[in-house]
Design a protein around this ligand. Sequence first.
Ligand code: MG
Ligand code: MG
Length: 257
Amino acid sequence: MIIRKTPAEIELMNRANEIVHLVHDEMRAMLAPGVSTLDLDRRAEEVVRDHGGIPAFLGYNGFPATLCTSINDVIVHGIPSAEQKLEEGDIIGIDCGVFFKGYCGDSAVTLGVGEISEEARHLLDVTEASLDRAIEAVRPGSHVSDIGHAVQTWVEAHGLTIVRDFVGHGIGSAMHEDPQIPNFGEPGRREKLKPGMVLAIEPMVNVGSAGVKVDADGWTARTADGSLSAHFEYSVAVTERGSRVLGTVPERLSATA
Ligand code: MG
Ligand code: MG
């Protein structure tokens, strides 16, 4: 069942996502060769708590950190570590979830450390733009599957591959609610979107094949072929007239709603 949120609940979720985006800004400023992913995580936790938030990932099914830090061939769920230091040319996915007054925000970005390869730049640009295409598909009356269709069409037209093993999700007082939101599929299927729904939309895109392998730590999910992978995510509310990316920019008015 998809739980629709009241305007007051959406304001709390907006605040939760603002805190997540503050974390992203702080991480962006810290990225440099030699910085460890544990350094990033410690600072992220401080930023979250300083703003009255609670790290949502910390302790989730035993996950040990505030951030997921996913470098190069890691798709998602990388665990911050003191031994893992950033290197020039790396790309790093930084995913963060925050509870604020009982409501969750969830957003991810993938960033380059210093100069990155053309291949990596293409991957980041296409993946970020696919999230934008997905958000354009969000309005009352469109369908859950229109989101994944928009992502898939964009990504495949640019020669890259959709990860199918992980999906986006509804979000609210729980981090993961209905519906599941795959990043692929036919348009016009599944539930119709209604105002008050909030969706965490999160394309995960590989340069190579779609295969995934998980490390012995039980979390770190990598591309099976070792190719680069990127991940971007926003929490997006369906509004009466279109959509609103929570924690970032003003409501977008849909041309057709
Ligand atoms: Mg996330
Ligand atoms: Mg998510």
